[in-house]
Ligand binder design. Structure first.
Ligand SMILES: NC(=O)c1ccc[n+]([C@@H]2O[C@H](COP(=O)([O-])OP(=O)(O)OC[C@H]3O[C@@H](n4cnc5c(N)ncnc54)[C@H](O)[C@@H]3O)[C@@H](O)[C@H]2O)c1
Length: 359
């Protein structure tokens, strides 16, 4: 898989106890990487990290705060990862409205702590910094945002990701400039994905977990922002993109030290209402109710990504359409009701996605 780019490599994954980080850790594990996880405790007993018993399956499972540079740097110096995937973040828009300072500290200073550790430790060679599609200045355009568009962010979460991108770009220009690769021997990319769905996410204020929780207890599914359009994609889509970037950075560190968008085909840019309707239909249970309120906190209505660069440079495109993404997601939650260890089920979904076949 990925041309054996990860076999026997020591890889630090920050945010490994979270939704995307847990799936990424499983995928790296399957490819024979030594995964060192660095995160806070998992926020739910039912999340994919716990459901897949990753505490026993990774090379090291470390609990630490990304804002604590001393501890982060000690862990990095102890395990000497050659590759870093940085996913640790306060990842929720609504939580960020309530805790803006903590969100900026985690998402901006946390990212700078990783960049600083990269600057201080020669053994780190390849770094993939995960930000978000929300890093772009949102002008409610119908066209997708390109990697060269302006950074921005109306709300604290989006702005924290825009700020993280500026810090990454500044560190890359100043310390890891591709034109000086022969001197520093480091390659850094940032990756921006849209709204991700998949099994094992139990975060508050996220659409799929909210739907599943409501269905399980027989409550109406209340949707706050039915007309908001998002680039929905299954979690394995951006992760396959991140892994591809990591592979390409190792093969050609000068060419690929840049930023990449990972979004679905334009046909998967659907409204919240469309997604919930598909989920209820496939689950076979649930009732949708529109509870949008006029003075709700600001959320952008239109947000699409242009993925031409990833398609052309990485030969990457999303494999599953929205229907398949919803079905794989529902399959995971239904399986978790009867299965006490979801690791093999996750492996099966990764293989179904084409993980074994990707070159
Ligand atoms: N899920 C999405 O739809 C989506 C979309 C765009 C971007 N992202 C980005 O992808 C990344 C992963 O998102 P996710 O959905 O898995 O989020 P998540 O909330 O499920 O997981 C977040 C992870 O970060 C860790 N973390 C949070 N604060 C920390 C701190 N102070 N110190 C150390 N670790 C800390 C948590 O312990 C957890 O492991 C984030 O950077 C997020 O902003 C997610």
């Amino acid at each position: 898989m990925f041309n054996k780019s990860y076999a026997n490599k020591t890889v630090l994954v920050t945010g490994h106890t979270g939704f995307k980080g847990s799936w990424l850790s499983i995928w790296l594990n399957m490819m024979g990487a030594k995964v060192i996880g660095y995160s806070l405790d998992p926020y739910s007993d039912r999340g994919n990290f716990t459901a897949s018993h990753l505490n026993n399956r990774l090379f090291a499972d470390i609990r630490g705060d990304i804002r604590d540079f001393q501890k982060l740097n000690e862990v990095i110096r102890q395990y000497k990862p050659e590759i870093i995937f940085h996913l640790a973040a306060q990842a929720l828009v609504r939580t960020a409205y309530n805790n803006p300072k903590e969100t900026y500290e985690t998402n901006v200073i946390g990212s700078i702590n990783i960049l600083e550790a990269v600057r201080q430790n020669d053994f780190i060679k390849t770094v993939i910094m995960v930000t978000s599609d929300k890093c772009y200045e949102n002008i409610e355009q119908i066209w997708g945002y390109k990697e060269t568009d302006r950074m921005g962010g109306y709300d604290p979460y989006s702005a924290s990701k825009g700020c993280a991108e500026l810090a990454i770009s500044s560190y890359r220009d100043s310390y890891f400039n591709p034109k000086d690769y022969a001197i520093h021997k480091k390659a850094i990319a940032s990756v921006r994905a849209g709204n991700v769905i998949g099994g094992g996410d139990w975060s508050d204020h996220r659409l799929i977990p909210d739907c599943i929780k409501s269905i399980e207890i027989g409550r109406n599914i209340e949707i706050r922002n039915p007309i908001a359009t998002r680039p929905w994609e299954h979690v394995l889509e951006p992760l396959s993109g991140y892994l591809r970037v990591g592979q390409k950075l190792q093969e050609d560190p000068i060419k690929y030290a840049t930023s990449f968008n990972f979004g679905p085909h334009i046909s998967a840019n659907k409204t919240v209402f469309d997604v919930v309707t598909k989920l209820v239909e496939y689950y076979g249970k649930g009732k949708v109710v529109d509870v949008s309120i006029p003075n709700a906190v600001h959320e952008n209505i239109l947000l699409n990504l242009d993925v031409t660069k990833s398609y052309v440079m990485l030969d990457w495109e999303a494999k599953w359409g929205l229907q398949a993404a919803v079905e794989k997601t529902v399959d995971w939650y239904k399986e978790a009701l009867i299965c006490s260890d979801m690791y093999d089920f996750c492996v099966k979904q990764i293989i179904e996605h084409g993980g074994k076949g990707i070159q």
